[in-house]
Design a protein around this ligand. Structure first.
Ligand code: ZN
Length: 251
């Protein structure tokens, strides 16, 4: 081993461990404890690069160093990790599985936009004297119809339970938007005294959709990102993906 070898930075090490679910990267092994290996050896690259690094158990690491497992095979194992990570679906992956995950993420991002446009409508109305501002109404209607399309797509690709959960969320937002148009006071003050129930109902709908989607994909719900990782890294309270931090939970 070369001298002057720098330590693997902790965030990079964590990323590598998470990539394999804290198990040896060889799918038929999955043993622990773990070591971090460079696929092209350190003495040649002299740098720590995620794409050239992989987590192995001491036994597989030794077999790799001895050449029982060659470098091309190891790069293939690395590639398999990328392909099998449901959170890193390639935009051009034609499999039905990838299509369903992309439809889920699209649904979430459209819900965020719709949520924002309804909130902005509430705010604009509150500060205007002439009713609902036309621009806000227009963007709210556009967001609603795009979300309708995203909901239909997710429903088409998912099973019945996924479709039901996605439509429940769509209806939840449609009801909120209608209550705003109908000038129901509860729609303007976040359902007032009932705010917790109102927010909780929406949160549970996202949980159910996530669980049904993971069941359809034969994934454990923890294998597919549910909470926004970026916020957790910043030390902010966790919020479910697709909800944009509009409410917070203790989970
Ligand atoms: Zn191993």
């Amino acid at each position: 081993m070369a001298t002057n070898r720098t330590k693997v930075p902790r965030p990079l090490a964590r990323q590598l461990f998470v990539e394999t679910g804290h198990r040896c990267a060889i799918p038929t092994c999955r043993a622990t404890p773990l070591e971090i290996a460079h696929i092209v050896p350190w003495h040649r690259v002299q740098r720590h690069d995620f794409h050239n690094m992989i987590v192995l158990c001491p036994n597989c690491h030794t077999r790799f160093d001895r050449g029982d497992i060659d470098r091309q095979a190891m790069f293939r194992y690395k590639e398999l990790l990328r392909l099998s990570d449901p959170n890193r679906v390639a935009p051009d992956d034609p499999s039905p599985r990838a299509g369903l995950i992309r439809a889920y993420r699209l649904f979430q991002s459209e819900i965020i936009k719709w949520h924002k446009s309804i909130s902005e409508l509430v705010l604009a109305f509150t500060f205007s004297t002439g009713g609902f501002p036309t621009d806000n109404l227009k963007s709210c209607r556009t967001a609603a119809s795009i979300t309708r399309a995203a909901t239909d797509k997710l429903s088409d690709l998912g099973d019945e339970a996924v479709a039901e959960a996605a439509n429940y969320i769509f209806d939840w937002y449609r009801n909120w938007a209608h209550d705003v148009f109908d000038l129901k006071p509860s729609a303007f003050n976040g359902a007032g005294d009932n705010y917790d129930d109102w927010a909780q109902e929406r949160f549970m709908a996202f949980v159910i959709l996530h669980e049904e989607l993971c069941a359809a994909l034969d994934l454990d719900p923890t294998e597919l990102d549910f909470f926004e990782a970026e916020r957790s890294r910043q030390g902010l309270p966790k919020v479910p993906l697709g909800t944009c931090g509009f409410w917070e939970t203790d989970e």
